[in-house]
Write a protein that binds this ligand. Sequence first.
Ligand code: HEM
Length: 112
Amino acid sequence: MSRGAVHLWAAQRVTALFLGVAVAVHLVTIIIAVRGGLSAAEILGRTQGATAWFLFYCAFALAAGLHAAIGLRTIAAEWLGWRGRGFDLAWLGIGLLTGLFGVRAAWGLYVA
Ligand code: HEM
């Protein structure tokens, strides 16, 4: 394995580890939070201004976006022969863009 491939493999393992913890935190939070009501006003009342949760969901969204892009890059390289710098940059863009969609959603709930 090349050095770059080792770094991507490590990044995918680390993001996978974080995603496993984050999914558990997310599910427990849902179960506890819904006791306070599920109307839009009640949800926004809990989320608005919760900066620590905003940062948590930013990390969650970026980890998911990058994790998925790294994994799909490997599969596309093996199955379709999509390799090279251009594809790598495209996957990086797809990963960041996917993550930023999540950050935008979290911004709407926790900050704006
Ligand atoms: C949400 C929680 C998730 C967890 C805990 C998780 C965990 C993992 C783990 C443990 C691996 C194996 C890593 C390794 O062998 O080093 C993996 C691989 C992979 N994950 Fe995820 N994953 C998650 C979400 C996703 C999502 C949303 C996608 C979207 C497509 C995705 C796509 C992939 C792919 C394509 C691989 C295989 C890469 C390869 O064969 O080289 N994962 N994931």
